[in-house]
Design a binder for this molecule. Structure first.
Ligand code: IVH
Length: 682
């Protein structure tokens, strides 16, 4: 009985898909909208009547997704790529990889070269071959569910063709081709709406479009290039064969993709694609090289948010000319004053630019940039556009020299510039409105507390009303509900939505909290590293306080954390030994709950253990060993301290081994370690 229903459901789905293709893909519908809607409602009814088939649920066309997209935690994180800018960077990448894998430098290493599409990545979950979820990258761990919008993209199969695993996440790039982009902008002009700056923005805007009728006219495409999670039975041997498999399942694979095994071939491919770049119907900002063998990929693993087995080779920036109309000062979260150049709006590589960063006053003087100058500007991918040089031949006599502001444009306090530093700073801290507002903006931003609906406008309003003076005040806004009701610009609806989203963010993980505080040099990666190391807020805080004494174990432990250098350690210590900051944190802790963070890995005897590697290993490079340990859940440090749990001792080890014996720390040799993780020494 159930099989019959499943069969019927599948049949209707096939029909719907066929008409989708006719309607969206070929602009040549065979049935009326009415008939199409009937088909869909028959399908939906069957699903509703058969609760256990709910996972096959199809979002109705014409259905408006809720105002806020639901969140989804990727089964495997969506990573980004490390960038290379020259052929030398790529040579280094190959050399590094071979060293890691202990492969002879002269032997060949096969790579797959793929164009790097300038779109937005998406993760598509297929269960039993049926598309059940489409999720944006978000912060790499959590994205937004945009399934109904994705289903309007003809290149994305609603069901996979033959021999698919029970569950698989397909990853790739959604983009708008150049032709569709030009057509869309023509329509935007006709209907009096602003034009999109580039195809990427147009594609991203479309994916988050709430009105499905508008979305239907935005033609988007999709190239698949990798997978995320998959049922354990599914395996593949090379990236190239994975792409073939994706094609068999019904995905479109970029037709330029090729296999290479030496640097000469890479150069040839790079030059060929660069030459072709303008004539391709989609925007690319470089190439991606991926080590072909899956076994190598697994061994190389990941570092921070990017795989070690792949690199993006970025194309050179695009260049154009404009006129510098003015220079304004922006006050950053940490008090840095950044001069920003206001340009005559100019198109650079398909994107309209009206602002450029000028970095600092030294840079302005070094390049002799004056207001009124004609300047050469460049844009490279996501990087903020910059001025390359002044076109001196075009300099009019009316140009004005830049005079650094002695006073902060926000709080009027005197600014300060250390003779050894390029940056001028406002030292008023949170007493400077701009700094305070920037700190709040950072605190509520997507990768920190992620309070939806709390934008710059709201922050400025609450700040000016003195409703928010420090972080904890955000969680007390509720007390002003009646007052806010009276404020015309905050209709009941928008304020209740904001309050709801604030309430939903009272629980946060340690890594996000550390990042949210906006401590200098403590970005997302460092915040994550620290949270993996200390796990718990109270412990972290007390260790930071103790680290003030640089002879303490706490300090030694802090600086032995891989990638935390002296300078970021000092910023952390200064932050956690400042009375005002500690008071701010105490207040905040009364409002929010901080969840412990543990490195997600298989349970192993090394989970949570502090491990130090010393000496050289026979079977693998030190980097590979470190990566293996991290995958086993260990925290790998570079120096031995009282907090070290295990020291793995290779050949020719020196003082670290000695210290381990002195401190009576557990030690292992290479063979013992390999045995403990079921790897044999050969
Ligand atoms: S691979 C581990 N391949 O580039 C796999 N990414 O800068 C990581 N992108 O977030 C991605 N074309 O949005 C990969 N052929 C390609 C790509 C590609 C474009 C984008 C993708 C990624 C970003 C990283």
């Amino acid at each position: 009985m159930k099989t019959d229903i499943k069969y019927k459901i599948q049949q209707i789905l096939n029909e719907i898909e066929y008409h989708d293709k006719k309607y969206h893909g070929e602009d040549n519908p065979e049935i009326s909208d009415y008939e199409y809607d009937r088909l869909c409602s028959d399908y939906d009814k069957l699903i509703e009547e058969n609760f256990e088939l709910n996972f096959l649920k199809r979002d109705k066309v014409g259905y408006l997704p809720s105002n806020q997209f639901k969140k989804y935690s990727h089964l495997k994180p969506m990573l980004s790529l490390n960038n290379g800018f020259s052929i030398n960077d790529i040579k280094e990448f190959i050399k590094r990889s071979k060293k890691f894998l202990s492969i002879n430098d002269n032997s060949l290493l096969e790579l797959v070269c793929e164009p790097k599409i300038d779109g937005l990545s998406i993760s598509l979950t297929y269960q039993n071959g049926i598309l059940i979820n489409a999720v944006t990258r978000g912060d790499g761990n959590n994205g937004e569910i945009v399934t109904s919008n994705i289903k309007t993209i003809i290149d994305i199969p609603l069901k996979l063709k033959k021999e698919f695993p029970e569950l698989i996440e397909i990853r790739g790039e959604i983009f708008m081709n150049k032709q569709s982009f030009t057509e869309l902008n023509k329509i935007q002009i006709d209907i009096g709406k602003p034009q999109f700056a580039n195809p990427r923005n147009a594609a991203a805007g479309s994916i988050r479009q709430k009105n499905i009728n508008i979305l239907k006219d935005r033609k988007l495409n999709f190239y698949a290039y990798t997978i995320g999670e998959a049922s354990p039975k599914f395996t593949f041997d090379t990236q190239y064969n994975l792409l073939k498999k994706l094609k068999k399942w019904g995905f479109i694979i970029n037709e330029e993709i090729t296999k290479v095994d030496n640097i000469l071939q890479i150069k040839e491919f790079y030059n060929m694609v660069l030459k072709k770049r303008d004539s391709l119907n989609y925007e690319i900002d470089g190439l991606v090289y991926k080590i072909n063998k899956k076994d190598y990929q697994d061994r190389l693993g990941f570092q921070a948010r990017a795989p070690r087995w792949a690199i993006a080779h970025k194309f050179p920036p695009e260049i154009a000319e404009s006129i510098l109309m003015d220079i304004e000062i922006q006050v950053g979260r940490t008090g840095a004053l950044t001069p920003v150049g206001k340009l005559q709006k100019t198109k650079v590589g398909g994107v309209y630019i009206s602002n450029v960063t000028l970095h600092n006053e030294d840079e302005i003087f070094r390049k002799d940039i004056r207001i009124g100058d004609t300047v050469q500007i460049q844009r490279a991918g996501d990087v903020i556009p910059q001025i390359v040089k002044v076109i001196k031949e075009k300099r009019p006599i009316t140009t004005k020299k830049y005079i650094p502001s002695e006073f902060c444009p926000s709080c009027n306090n005197r600014t300060y510039k250390n003779i050894n530093e390029a940056i001028r700073r406002c030292t008023s801290g949170v007493n400077c409105p701009s700094q305070a507002i920037e700190k709040f903006k950072h605190f509520v931003s997507k990768n920190a507390f992620d309070i939806a609906g709390f934008g710059e406008k709201q922050i400025i309003f609450f700040y000016n009303q003195q409703i928010i003076n420090n972080f904890s005040d955000i969680f007390k806004i509720l007390n002003y509900k009646d007052f806010l009701k009276d404020k015309e610009r905050f209709g009941e609806l928008s304020i209740s939505k904001l309050l709801k989203s604030i309430e939903s963010r009272r629980i946060i993980t340690l890594d996000k909290l550390i990042y949210a505080l906006g401590i200098r040099q403590i970005g997302e990666t460092n915040a994550r590293l620290l949270s993996y190391h200390y796990n718990n807020y109270d412990y972290f805080c007390s260790e930071m306080k103790k680290s003030k004494d640089n002879t303490s174990d706490a300090y030694q432990t802090l600086i032995s954390i891989d990638q935390i250098g002296d300078s970021s350690a000092n910023d952390l210590i200064n932050y956690f030994n400042n009375e005002i900051n500690l008071k701010t944190l105490d207040e905040l802790l009364k409002e929010v709950q901080i969840l412990d963070v543990h490195y997600k890995s298989m349970q192993s005897p090394y989970s949570g253990k502090n491990v130090v590697l010393t000496g050289s290993l026979n079977t693998m490079s030190r980097d590979e060993a470190k990566n293996k340990l991290q995958n086993l859940g260990a925290k790998v440090s570079s120096s031995v301290s009282k907090n070290t749990d295990i020291v793995i001792i290779g050949a020719d080890s020196g003082s670290k081994a000695k210290k381990a014996y002195e401190l009576k720390i557990k030690t292992m040799n290479e063979e013992e370690w390999l045995n403990s993780i079921n790897l044999k020494k050969n």
